[in-house]
Design a protein around this ligand. Structure first.
Ligand code: GTP
Length: 355
């Protein structure tokens, strides 16, 4: 594990994803009018006409991508996005002071959020200035059932989001909305779900989704980890009969699993690295999201970890434990990686790791 550090000085970045026509631009147009987002750089990650009128807006092409040497597709980073973010601090400044203190990136409809998250995490010049605040996904209530059935990418977007914005509520009945909410609850139990009618959503509700909420020095760990939500999530392989779907092993959501794991004893630092390395080497592509608050042996303060697929943010040392419960807690959203694989490898490492 590299040296843990606090990252409150970094510029927060919100990623706005969601399928074609699901209401991203409508939401963004409402958001940028709110005073909370007055000093926001909006980056649109696509070509085409955007009906958005914002002071600080930059457009990047979606086809300019740099493949990392590993050749790994999920690491294909966006060249234009890297350039835009890197140059923004001098491009958008007055007298040496940046004109923005927050970034919102709107992705194209079919974009996998992972490469953009990876760009933020792994490109040095970017990772030194920015931190991911959260991933917000618009979900079109009129078409989401069909989109989730047809498109594994849509399921991945929903599974990776910190906040799901349900749009077009005026066009569906209560039963349809409730059925979709149940489905989303199963795909991503910890994400906040909000309705955005005609794009209306309070900026404050979609900001501060990361470990550090806006301007707070003390991280809100319980909200960030939200492990109770995983405890309540039910088995994705249980019956889906509640909204008329017969059990279908090929249904994309059935591949998504979410669960929390608690570890009673402090974990040796090197063991943690070795175990995570093994998991990520075996199934990194399918570890959609990992978050954890860890009790690391020999440390009095907890360490927060956050990974997306096979990449991890630098671990963050937290000011201290906020409750009596000092067990390590890890939450996972995976694709076809069952809880038993995580538990059994962890137990094997703990049992055999030399003191
Ligand atoms: N009735 C209704 N229409 C909505 C709502 N939200 C968005 N729309 C409409 O849905 C259409 C698509 O919305 P956009 O905001 O352009 O969607 P988008 O996700 O940005 O679309 P792309 O950029 O093409 O992927 C527009 O005609 C919006 O006016 C809503 O809550 N209710």
């Amino acid at each position: 594990m590299t040296s843990p550090h606090l990252e409150t000085a970094l510029t927060p970045v919100t990623l706005l994803t969601g399928f074609l026509g699901s209401g991203k631009t409508t939401v963004l147009n409402q958001l940028v009018r709110q005073p909370t987002l007055a000093r926001t750089l909006v980056i649109i990650n696509e070509f085409g006409e955007i009906g958005l009128d914002h002071l600080l807006m930059s457009r990047v092409a979606d086809d300019n991508m740099i493949e990392m040497s590993s050749g790994c597709l999920c690491c294909t980073i966006r060249g234009d996005l890297v350039e835009t973010l890197r140059d923004a601090h001098w491009r958008y400044q007055v007298g040496g002071e940046p004109r923005f203190d927050r970034v919102v990136i709107e992705t194209t409809g079919v974009a996998d959020p992972a490469p953009i998250i990876h760009t933020l995490m792994s490109v040095g010049a970017i990772a030194r200035r920015y931190r991911l605040d959260g991933v917000v996904a618009t979900i079109d209530l009129t078409s989401a059932e069909a989109t989730l059935d047809a498109q594994p990418e849509a399921v991945k977007q929903a599974a990776m989001a910190d906040c799901l914005l349900l749009t077009k509520r005026d066009l569906v009945d209560a039963e349809q909305a409730a059925a979709l909410e149940q489905r989303l609850q199963r795909i991503n139990p910890a994400a906040r779900r909000l309705e955005a009618r005609h794009g209306q959503v309070a900026a404050a509700d979609i900001l501060g989704l990361g470990l550090f909420s806006t301007n707070a020095k003390i991280p809100d760990v319980a909200r960030w980890l939200n492990e109770e939500a995983y405890a309540q999530a039910h088995d994705p392989h249980a019956s889906h009969s509640h909204h008329g779907h017969a059990h279908d092993v090929n249904r994309h959501d059935d591949h998504i699993q979410s669960f929390a794991i608690l570890v009673d004893e402090p974990i040796p630092d090197a063991m943690l690295d070795a175990w995570l390395d093994l998991l990520l080497a075996m199934c990194g592509q399918d570890m959609l999201r990992i978050k954890g608050i860890l009790n690391v042996r020999g440390r009095t303060q907890p360490i927060a970890i956050h990974g997306v697929q096979h990449l991890f943010y630098p671990p963050i040392e937290l000011p201290g434990w906020t409750s009596e419960d000092q067990r390590s807690k890890l939450v996972f959203i995976t694709r076809d990686v069952p809880r038993t694989v995580i538990e059994e490898t962890l137990e094997a490492f703990l049992a055999t790791w030399p003191d």
